[in-house]
Design a protein around this ligand. Sequence first.
Ligand code: ADP
Ligand code: MG
Length: 468
Amino acid sequence: MTNETWGLVREELIKRVGRNNYVTWIEPLRLSDLNGGVARFEVPTTFFGDWVSRNFADHIRAQLNTSGVSVDRVEFAVGQSARGQKGQGRAAAPAAPVAAAVSAAKPATARATAKPRAETEEMPGAPLDSRFTFDSFVVGKPNELAHAAARRVAEGGPVTFNPLFLYGGVGLGKTHLMHAIAHELQTRQPHLRVLYLSAEQFMYRFVQALRERQVMDFKEIFRSVDVLMVDDVQFIAGKDSTQEEFFHTFNALVDQNKQIVISADRAPGEIKDLEDRIKSRLQCGLVVDLHPTDYELRLGILQQKVELYRQQYSGLVIADGVLEFLAHRITTNVRVLEGALTRLFAFASLVGREISLELAQDCLADILRASDRKLTIEEIQRKVAEHYNIRLSDMIGPKRVRNIARPRQIAMYLAKQLTPRSLPEIGRRFGGRDHTTIMHGVRKIEELMATDSQMSDDLQMLRRQLQG
Ligand code: ADP
Ligand code: MG
């Protein structure tokens, strides 16, 4: 089985296990070997492997067999490359193989169904995720504009801006908002022909139409919709004939005053290899960006998800501070945040324990490591100076009076504890002091902590503030 086939199988698995489970458990799997009817996958942690094996092994095996890969058993093991992956954005990385799979592997199975689809004139859109509604979308500062614009389009009134162009980094809610628009429009105006698909699917359909000499059908279908939504349009950059067709489709719909909603991972002007005429067309409507999440939004999203999970896993107890901890530490994107929560709940229900801070740290070690904030010595100096009400310059300066030297030693101690810097490196940041001076400072504070409870309280608080 090639990776393309696995890509295709994964696509099918979305339908079987649901998007949430898919993103959390299936997407991170790496096919490592297929031999003698045994498919082996790499997983990031042992727990992960256990969970997938208990809950999804049958689905995976069945789907492999359905897709013509005969497999008796699937196995999961913690693997080398899975380890190497942790440092990167976990959500973004696994998407690529699927993307490749759609164009490379789909034709074989799709060909059989292509005819009836054209005959019944079924809309060639992608299925909508029923969970992506406005109700489940948490609004905060970073996304309020995008949300308001999406709401406006979803009202289905006269077209006031065309297209609506939503952009922002991965996992910030672009797809969620687009599905929400589609759901809302379909509820309010069931007669509307709303077509949602990814740019990649647009390309795939187009290429298929070319190959099967059904370009006229293709044009007709796409030009007869009332609302067209194309997700991740950056995908067609550099794909010339697809861009061309997209441009014509786009113009035809705009001319008929049909609403278009587009998303991309960056602003229209910043998409490389996208034709200028398309860029300028895309900029004609309303361009809004989704900003990276802030702490409040992340916490809001977590709280909302917890409510949902409570219905699923009854008797679940979450200790105070766990959600705050996650919102603070997992800053990459919402998808990772959700994945963390899903895993945490699964784990807690498996072992029947309350979700404590400790359990969260254990169970999510890989995710937390990947999104670790890098604390700098500068930040530590600043914080400590502020706390003891001395000047930042005194941290690196030569003064030796106790009320300055002591805070300086505290900062040295924290720098040693909270950053990976070596003693000589720390010395350099403290005005070029020798590493033995730093060592002396660190020891001094360790001693004091053992005897001076005020000192140890102070340090605990500083540490908490610095680490969040
Ligand atoms: P994008 O398309 O921008 O990469 P998605 O729309 O796929 O991101 O969002 C990733 C995940 O995060 C989805 O499960 C989505 O429901 C969730 N999500 C993102 N933003 C929000 C939000 N503001 N409120 C609730 N869930 C959100
Ligand atoms: Mg998306």
